[in-house]
Design a protein. Sequence first.
Length: 287
Amino acid sequence: MLDLFNDVDARIRNVIDFAFLPGYTNPTVAVLCQSEQTWAGYALCLSLININLMVSYSRLKEYRDTARLYIFTLDVMSRNYPIITAVDGLPYDSISLLPCATSLGGVIILTSNSLVYVDQAGRRVALPINGWAARVSDMPMPPADKDLDLSLEGSRLVFVDEKTFFVIRRDGMIHPVEVVLDGRTVSKLLLLPVIAQTTIPALARLLNEDLLFVGSMVGPSVLMKTAREEVPLEQPTQQTLTISNVPDSMDLDDDDGWLPCYTTSNPSNWSQIYTAIQRQSRRRLLG
């Protein structure tokens, strides 16, 4: 058993999530943790115990970017665990990690109010998805879209190709997010409109190149087939309605019908979209 506090770094405590990263010679782990635990009701908590309210709010501001990311390698034989990257000042409401493909490197961090990409050098690219992101974090980020008012609590992330991942929100709405490159460097994250709705997610796993499994603890689990298609840009005002068909080679049960998932897109907003076909799965997750 690896003791992160004693064997790796004494600053690693209150672990939020961890993940193994692809593309390294030795096993490499990313750990998301919180050096100082805090929460949005901290100021109220302090005021209730008769501490000056102004002081309590200043302490909340001081301790709001408390999450940290550590990336280190595992050498079990020598029991040596050197840290490759250490990034602090991440939003306190960080929830989980999503490893990126080898071609991109780094990880995606899911928070309640934003998505954050962190590369191996510690460089951060943030995408706010509501107006609260800038209020609860001092991390540099572009202004949020005024039309966006989403919450990512309870969401699940999954890559469907090297530069695109899905955000499956707790209500089942699926948003594609494109990782935009400037040369070989990630320049921004682009959140696209909802393309489909599925079950309330407990986990999301890509089974192969085009099959996505969304497991649920409170409803039917869903198997989704993703397909990438090119959308012509010559007609920017045209709305495209897409219906994908199931391949004849798929081995399906007679009583398990595939349900076509209709998606609409505006070609002026993006050039490529995902369409999904889903069927209800008889499999359930064991608690």
